[in-house]
Design a protein around this ligand. Structure first.
Ligand SMILES: Cc1cc2nc3c(=O)[nH]c(=O)nc-3n(C[C@H](O)[C@H](O)[C@H](O)COP(=O)(O)OP(=O)(O)OC[C@H]3O[C@@H](n4cnc5c(N)ncnc54)[C@H](O)[C@@H]3O)c2cc1C
Length: 429
């Protein structure tokens, strides 16, 4: 029986593990945390239908929570842009620990084995192939290594240069955040609301505040490293804005990093396939890393099960990268381009964009070429030529990126893949 080992119990790795074990492979997951310590202590946006689409049992209805649409605030807080998509949106919310427990239970019943408290250090390399992992429990050899160890995966970071896989996710390519649920006093309740604010307290970043029945969910985020002072200042501000909020943390209270860039231009090699945050499979700014990773896991498993010789060479695994990028790659680029553009502005510019309705619900909800053209026209009418070069650059990227994704070679061809990677790297999105 062919052996597959998974570094990290990330969502994509678990989805792949479930489908691979059902496909007849011997699968073991190596996770650095104890079972009890797995998963962030908060709830997240999630599309429940992703589980059955990935061949995984749906979550029970009781575990699916409603998700509210956000209103966007500029730093001046003078206006609020609502992005209400109407009743019954497909996006719901789920408790992260419940989702992981569900995936692990399904994996175990499919025959996947787990090693908890088993930190992975680096990949074992033989010639031009990854042949296993060095873990806290010793060296483990396998036919395929799946790297599902998150944004700072030591497996990816320590891969030798010859595999041509980007080791480091740069500082400008990650969103630094702090998140906690704060207790509320029982006597003062307000209507439920979800606010996203750009450049809160002039910090180049984005915060959210979701008021719910028994707590207030605060996220404080920055496009560069977040300081203790940034967190304190933002929390003080929310305490002043929401009289029912107290400074008692009831869940979370941790710092984390979210990828803020497109997927890496190459994430497979002989005997190795990476998935999830290890590859940057998040939609920059809007999230969706959970769903995209779970769907990627199904694609990877399908490719492995169908692989005729089951040697897991780069030429076979390229089908996984190609299919993922063609099916989901397009969802990464619009928010990525808008994020780059927003982070090049300052608080005053953002106030101008939102207050003058240049950046409104359509632009914040789904940015496309047409909305960019409208924004350019409005800037011309409002006589702000200083803001035009940045937005024209962003609009140009929005036109070019889909062409680059479509130009990916559908079958394995070393020269064509090199050309595609060179184009992708030049895009700077
Ligand atoms: C504050 C915040 C809010 C978010 N909100 C959303 C949202 O609303 N919706 C959404 O879809 N996404 C959201 N995301 C993004 C989402 O968390 C990720 O995209 C998603 O978890 C997919 O990442 P992953 O499973 O690949 O990696 P991770 O979730 O990072 O999992 C990696 C796993 O690998 C383990 N690991 C790490 N290093 C090692 C090692 N050396 N050895 C062994 N194991 C290791 C970790 O312990 C972990 O279990 C949010 C993220 C944050 C931080």
């Amino acid at each position: 029986m062919k052996k597959i080992i998974v570094a990290g119990a990330g969502h994509g790795g678990l989805s792949a593990a479930i489908n691979l074990a059902r496909g007849g492979f011997d699968v073991t997951v190596f996770e650095k945390n104890k079972r009890a310590g797995l998963g962030w202590d908060w709830t997240d946006a999630f599309v429940p239908s992703a589980l059955p689409r990935a061949g995984i049992t749906a979550l029970p209805d009781d575990d699916i929570l409603e998700f509210r649409n956000a209103g966007f605030l500029p730093p001046s807080k003078k206006v609020m842009v609502n992005t209400d998509t109407g009743p019954n949106p497909t996006v719901k919310s789920v408790d992260r620990k419940i989702l992981l427990a569900h995936l692990i239970k399904e994996a175990k019943s499919a025959g996947v084995k787990f090693e908890f408290s088993a930190e992975v250090n680096y990949a074992l390399v033989k010639g031009n192939r990854i042949v296993g992992l060095n873990t806290a429990k010793g060296d483990v050899y396998a036919d395929l290594v799946i790297d599902s160890a998150g944004i700072d995966s030591p497996v990816r970071r320590n891969l030798p240069e010859k595999f041509n896989i980007q080791n480091e996710i740069g500082d400008g390519e990650r969103f630094f955040c702090y998140r906690a649920f704060y207790d509320v006093t029982s006597d003062e309740k307000s209507d439920p609301q979800y606010q996203i604010i750009f450049f809160h307290n002039n910090r180049c970043g984005m915060d959210w505040c979701i008021t719910e029945g028994n707590h207030i969910d605060i996220l404080i985020g920055s496009f560069s490293e977040l300081s203790e002072d940034d967190i304190e200042e933002a929390v003080e501000d929310y305490l002043a804005d929401f009289p029912q909020m107290t400074d008692k943390i009831v869940r979370g209270g941790q710092c984390a990093k979210i990828p803020l860039r497109r997927p890496l231009s190459k994430f497979i090699t002989n005997g190795y396939a990476a998935i999830g945050d290890a590859v940057c499979m998040t939609e920059p700014l809007s999230g969706s890393g959970i769903v995209l990773s779970i769907l990627a896991g199904k694609i990877l498993a399908d490719v492995c099960v169908a692989s005729v010789e089951k040697k897991f060479d780069e030429s076979e695994l390229w089908k996984y990268q190609y299919r993922y990028m063609q099916e989901h790659g397009f969802s990464h680029f619009n928010p990525g381009v808008i994020k780059d553009y927003l982070s090049s502005l300052n608080a005053e510019d953002i106030n101008f964009f939102v207050e003058e309705k240049i950046l409104g619900a359509p632009e914040l909800g789904n940015v496309g070429e047409n909305t960019m053209e409208d924004m350019i026209q409005k800037l011309v009418l409002l006589k702000r030529p200083d803001l035009l070069p940045g937005i024209i650059k962003a609009a140009t990227k929005l036109m070019i990126i889909p062409r680059v994704i479509k130009s990916m070679p559908s079958s394995y061809d070393v020269q064509k893949i090199r050309e595609y990677m060179a184009m992708d790297k030049n895009l700077d999105w």
